[in-house]
Design a protein around this ligand. Structure first.
Ligand code: ATP
Ligand code: MG
Length: 406
């Protein structure tokens, strides 16, 4: 009896009705590349144009082909998916023109050094076990291999600012090690703050093209999410109203990933509850789960002045186009906020302590590199993945409750 029951559970979990189409859940994974990328035509075209010389045999001639380009823009605006989409199609196109073009995608958060990136490429593509080989040896194998096959490599380095600076330089100078005939091209992806602070001065002379990705407008977000919902869900699973609701949430943060993640979580929640349709309540819950670092209990643990501090940064970053702020600026904001809530502000030393608490908890990201200004190197403060709008909303609601009680 018990046995049958267990089997039933498995049978049920596998085959009971789902709000997802067959294979639909997979289309919401981060690695999925949709067939159509709406509103990114210009970016696709511009990336492609940088690879034109590769397809013109006359120009390729004795010099080979190599280009380095950079994609930059805020979180969740399609940098990664557009780069992967374009390189995949360039690969197909190259095949058609009898050009051997290897392509690879590496997220530098996962593969954190030049050596490990080269090694894993050699292993996956050429079956070369280069474990224990030095950087020079790996590079040498790669060069000889590409030369002997008359092949090219187009490599996407995502979140490139995570690599040690010497490795970034190493990659940038890689084409030169080929001697006369260049064979390696790079697409480097980075958020604007990291780009400005750590990368642009270092590599900009060697970048052929810097392509900026702008956030999607509400109307665009709605259309993209509509398309993604159609790929993922059965026709009756998501109503127009809920699509609108998710589009608005995603638009608030200007981050399309939030919309896609809400779909994913909402779909799974509906399946668990055995519902044929996603409900507003499920969407609301999914919205909260998408920012786990902002669980309400984290706010509860924070002291009032720490909340003021977080708010001072969030407000500044909520302004359009501002991706990072400074301690001086935030401190001014903090004093204003204290005044708003009728609380005596503390001094700058205390304020700096609040900042490090917030940093330790992970609410605050700090780009420690700093910018050289008149006052020497200053730390730049960012809130990485929690959108400023969400942070502000939650802290203010929370503060109101706290102040009501006392
Ligand atoms: N034009 C589009 N059409 C369909 N899906 C899109 C489009 N743009 C982005 N997406 C989807 O939105 C999500 C976020 O996009 P992506 O991961 O490329 O953002 P990103 O700019 O690389 O963000 P981050 O800086 O955080 O890495 C992905 O699931 C991606 O598939
Ligand atoms: Mg990305």
């Amino acid at each position: 009896m018990n046995d049958r029951k267990s089997v039933d559970i498995i049978q049920d979990a596998l085959f009971s009705t789902s709000v997802f189409k067959e294979g639909g859940e997979r289309t919401l994974h981060q690695s999925y590349i949709p067939e159509i990328l709406k509103f990114r035509e210009d970016n696709i075209r511009r990336i492609t144009q940088n690879f034109r010389p590769l397809f013109l045999t006359r120009n390729r001639g004795v010099e080979g082909f190599s280009t380095n380009i950079a994609l930059t823009g805020p979180a969740g605006v399609g940098k990664t998916v557009t780069a992967r989409y374009t390189i995949e199609h360039l690969h197909t196109m190259a095949e058609r023109h009898h050009i051997k073009l290897y392509t690879d995608y590496k997220n530098c958060w996962t593969t954190r050094t030049k050596t490990s990136i080269l090694r894993s490429f050699l292993r996956d593509r050429f079956g070369v076990a280069s474990r224990g080989f030095s950087d020079e040896e790996s590079t040498d194998i790669l060069i000889r291999r590409l030369n002997s096959e008359q092949a090219y490599l187009g490599l996407i380095l995502d979140e490139v600012s995570v690599l040690p600076q010497k490795d970034i330089r190493g990659f940038i100078h890689l084409p030169e090690e080929f001697g006369a005939e260049h064979r390696i091209s790079l697409i480097m992806i980075s958020r604007p703050t990291e780009w400005k602070v750590t990368l642009s001065s270092m590599v900009s002379q060697r970048i052929a093209d810097v392509i900026q990705f702008q956030p999607y407008k509400l109307e665009e977000t709605r259309k993209i999410l509509d398309y993604r919902a159609q790929l993922a869900f059965k026709a009756t699973a998501l109503s127009e109203d809920l699509l609108e609701m998710v589009a608005e949430i995603s638009d608030q943060t200007k981050n399309l990933r939030h919309g896609i993640e809400i779909f994913y979580r909402a779909g799974r929640a509906a399946d668990q509850l055995k519902l044929n349709e996603i409900t507003p309540e499920i969407i609301r819950r999914a919205k909260n789960d998408v920012f786990p670092e902002m669980r309400a209990d984290i706010l509860e643990e924070l002291k009032t002045h720490e909340l003021f501090t977080a708010l001072s940064i969030a407000r500044r970053l909520h302004h359009k186009g501002i991706t990072a702020t400074t301690i001086e600026h935030s401190f001014k904001n903090y004093r204003i906020i204290c005044e708003e809530w009728g609380v005596q502000p503390n001094g700058e030393a205390a304020f700096r302590n609040y900042l490090s608490t917030l940093e330790n908890i992970g609410i605050l990201g700090k780009v420690t590199k700093g910018v050289k200004g008149r006052k020497g190197v200053r730390a730049r403060l960012t809130i990485h993945d929690v959108p400023a709008a969400v942070l502000i909303e939650r802290i203010e609601v929370f503060l109101s409750k706290r102040f009501q009680k006392t």
